[in-house]
Design a protein around this ligand. Structure first.
Ligand code: KG4
Ligand code: ZN
Length: 340
């Protein structure tokens, strides 16, 4: 008997619902992005995000069921992101999932958003075994996570200030490239020279697996301001490419160092920044040279989506790790902790 899990994701600016069978096969993965709404504000406006989730949640869930060609009665469980994220946004998904769990009398599974990003790698990939070293790079997090087994997470490196995605978004804003910054910078950097403008790379103390991107961000901002004061035009393409290269160099070096230190033959990428073409390319080459395997989710599963939540939820479902109907949103939920 196959297990149909409905995943629900509303932690930030995508309203998403998906049906995943046996934690492996994606029957549907509907993603309604609010990016166009937030773009004019230059970033996600929490109150607007909650309201948009409310408008879309039922539509998106129905579409996920329709595309999977199943009805509510065919669901075995409902898995929902309950943190970390924007509290008002999370609450929309949590409330919808609780209502379905109660009405359908099926288990409710509470999923950590970052765990979801990690599990995006397990979709369509039955051969993945622990231990794994995962670089989780999103708008809110930059973590090196040693995963020894199910729900056994050990964060061995993290950013001390900005997340990598946050730095992409802030730099794009300063250069008037629009929101979100990552995809635009990725695109324009392809035709540019990443060595034309020298920018700093923060490696921190010898052997540290932590990250820091605020100095790099400030260097980009200062470079742009100085050029403006002198009346010079900034070569945005080269500046964006130089910035991206500085981020990628540090991410790659530290991810490889961590995999070597913990002796993990498989390196995984997860989170929105995992969609970055330079990061995928450079990490792939380095991993290859070191005899490691690099596993990355397909692009659509890198950024926020509910299929990854359903997949992570399936593994909790198998272990009967169900959430009570009192489940609440936990905006600062840590990887590996259950807060219910
Ligand atoms: O995982 P995600 O969708 O949401 C969070 O959980 O934060 O990640 C969004 C972040 C944004 O900062 C966005 O600029 C970045 O991922 N991003 C990228 C790319 N696509 C999305 N960053 C670099 N290159 C990309 N191609
Ligand atoms: Zn995310």
């Amino acid at each position: 008997m196959s297990v149909n899990i409905l995943g629900v994701e509303t932690s930030c600016d995508e309203t998403s619902a998906a049906v995943v069978v046996d934690g492996l096969n994606v029957s549907s993965n509907i993603i309604s992005s609010q990016i166009d709404v937030h773009r004019k504000f230059g970033g996600v406006v929490p109150e607007v995000a909650s309201r948009k989730h409310l408008e879309m949640i039922n539509v998106v869930i129905q579409e996920a069921l329709d595309e999977a060609k199943i009805g509510f009665e065919d669901l075995d469980a409902v898995a929902v992101t309950y943190g970390p994220g924007l509290v008002g946004a999370l609450l929309v998904g949590v409330a919808a999932a609780k209502a379905m769990s109660f009405a359908l009398n099926v288990p409710l599974v509470g999923v950590n958003h970052l765990e979801g990003h990690v599990y995006a790698n397990f979709l369509n990939n039955p051969g993945l075994n622990f231990p794994l070293l995962c670089l989780v790079v999103s708008g809110g997090h930059t973590d090196l996570v040693l995963i020894n087994g199910y729900n056994d997470y050990n964060v061995v490196g993290r950013t001390r200030d900005d997340a990598a995605g946050e730095a992409f978004d802030k730099v794009a804003r300063v250069l008037d490239l629009g929101y979100p910054g990552g995809p635009v910078i990725d695109k324009i950097a392809r035709e540019a020279d990443p060595t034309a403008i020298k920018l700093p790379r923060a490696y921190l103390e010898e052997g540290s697996l932590d990250f820091s991107f605020s100095g790099l961000k400030t260097a980009v901002v200062n470079y742009a301001h100085r050029a403006k004061q002198r009346g010079e035009t900034v070569d945005k393409e080269n500046l964006a490419a130089g910035f991206q290269q500085a981020v990628v160099d540090v991410l790659v070096d530290k991810a490889i160092a961590a995999a070597k230190k913990y002796n993990t033959p498989v390196l995984m990428l997860a989170g929105g920044v995992a969609a970055n073409s330079q990061l995928r390319h450079q990490l792939g080459e380095r991993a290859n040279a070191e005899g490691m395997e690099l596993v990355c989710p397909p692009l659509v599963l890198c950024t926020d989506n509910a299929a990854m939540i359903a997949c992570a939820g399936y593994h909790k479902y198998l272990r009967k790790n169900f959430a009570p109907l009192t489940l609440n949103a936990v905006p600062n939920l840590k990887l590996g902790e259950d807060k219910y």
